[in-house]
Design a protein around this ligand. Sequence first.
Ligand code: GDP
Ligand code: MG
Length: 163
Amino acid sequence: MSNIVAIVGRPNVGKSTLFNRLTESRQAIVKEISGVTRDRLYGRGEWNGIEFSVIDTGGYVHGSDDIFEGEIRKQVEIAIQEATVIIFVVDVMTGIVDLDETVVKILRKTKKPIFIVANKVDNTERVGLSSEFYSFGIGDVYDISATNGSGTGDLLDDLVKHF
Ligand code: GDP
Ligand code: MG
């Protein structure tokens, strides 16, 4: 299996919710890896007959939002080494915050395809809020709602083109 999607981003943007959605029919084989990689989850997804692995980074400190920038850096660096394609999740409700910029700085070092996923676009009133994420200059922006699934089909259509 060489089709690997890594989901990166700061805490609370919706990475795990998206992970669950991308792997929803395959939950049974999602498992937590022991040891140093315990804070990453691996799952399997499928779209239009194309199978892929998904990595959810940033379990960071379980049950806590109080995390160190260094921990995010480490997780993102590992993820981009392992990934074929990177999903960088951001939150339209907060807009750009400092920790997003921290992630962007690391992502600039890779030539791997990056999909900026503007999450929490739950309704039409929130469409348009995501345009600021184009200012990162590292990839196209996809509006989605990980909780209700809107936009994820368009995202996956483009994502699997890289496999
Ligand atoms: P993570 O820390 O990046 O893994 O984020 P989680 O997936 O744990 O989600 C953080 C919070 O955002 C939770 O309360 C989720 O229910 C919420 N959330 C995730 N996706 C969405 C979404 O599409 N819309 C809304 N309104 N909330 C979301
Ligand atoms: Mg999470």
